[in-house]
Design a protein around this ligand. Structure first.
Ligand code: SF4
Ligand code: SF4
Length: 276
């Protein structure tokens, strides 16, 4: 039985038994090489679900931004490893109740797809720990290595060129499961912290502030990078921040549902003097 059929059957069981009110998954996109999110609310609709190596988007953000858990019923959701880590962060930040989330976990490697055992975030603790020990967060990305070799002025010029393309569409924010603020700093106009016009200073402010807001929280799912209509390589910033989080703070985002936020916690025995 194919993986896709196995997951359709599981979704059908969950919906038929009333264990969940909804399944969030993937279906065919506008072209044959794309997949898009779908919300399935009855067993008769499960044939719409598709599961293959093209299912790459992190769907976890819908649970929060669409208020899918507001009535306290349970929802099943197809999640890749990054999505499972997102659930941990959203739970740690009190944005959702993990008991309401049934995880249909899977991972892809090239053209192969594998189901992950478990159905709630607690079932995946060991798996996520094994991910944190795996050097996915490494500085071996050739573009990052190239950027690291540049001096500060060259690196500034690189990002100036990239950010000059930004049209302030905020697709990166909308696609990010960690960007759930009801009112984003960029939407405030009294005071206006960030200039909304798409010019160099405002673009730097927006992208750097967003990067810092995601430091220690980004799970490197790539949703923002894929959503950017002008192809700014946002993944480079996210990857660099993840490397720094790991190397400087031994922090791997989404390790558990009780993980303390990297930039909002401290250790009393910290060697730096700021704590004295
Ligand atoms: S910043 Fe981008 S890569 Fe990181 S969690 Fe958000 S969408 Fe995913
Ligand atoms: S998606 Fe790209 S163009 Fe749009 S605001 Fe984000 S960085 Fe700028």
């Amino acid at each position: 039985m194919s993986i896709e059929v196995q997951y359709r059957n599981r979704a059908k069981e969950l919906l038929s038994s009333g264990e969940v009110k909804l399944v969030v998954g993937y279906t065919g996109g506008t072209t044959t090489d794309r997949r898009r999110p779908v919300f399935v609310s009855s067993a008769e609709q499960v044939d719409r679900l598709v599961l293959d190596e093209l299912c790459i988007a992190n769907l976890s953000g819908y649970l929060v931004t669409e208020g899918l858990l507001s009535d306290e019923k349970r929802v099943a959701i197809f999640l890749r490893p990054e999505g499972i880590r997102s659930i941990n962060i959203l739970a740690a930040e009190n944005q959702l109740n993990p008991d309401q989330v049934v995880i249909l976990g899977f991972e892809t490697a090239g053209n192969t797809i594998k189901l992950l055992e478990g159905s709630n975030a607690l079932d995946f603790i060991e798996y996520v720990v094994s991910l944190s020990e795996n050097p996915v967060v490494s500085d071996s990305d050739p573009v990052i290595e190239k950027l690291e070799k540049m001096n500060a002025q060259e690196r500034f010029s690189f990002w100036q060129d990239e950010f000059s393309k930004c049209i302030k569409c905020y697709a990166c924010r909308q696609a990010c499961p960690m960007c759930y603020c009801r009112r984003c700093i960029v939407d405030c106009n009294q005071p206006q912290w960030i200039n909304t016009s798409a010019h160099t200073l405002g673009n730097f402010e927006w992208n750097i502030i967003r990067a810092f807001h995601l430091a220690g929280r980004c799970v490197e799912c790539g949703n923002c990078d894929r959503a950017c209509p002008v192809n700014i390589p946002l993944r480079l910033i996210n990857r660099r921040m993840a490397i720094e989080s790991k190397n400087s703070f031994d922090h791997y985002a989404g390790l558990s549902m009780t993980q303390e936020p990297m930039l909002a916690s401290f250790k009393k025995d910290d060697s730096e003097t700021f704590i004295l």
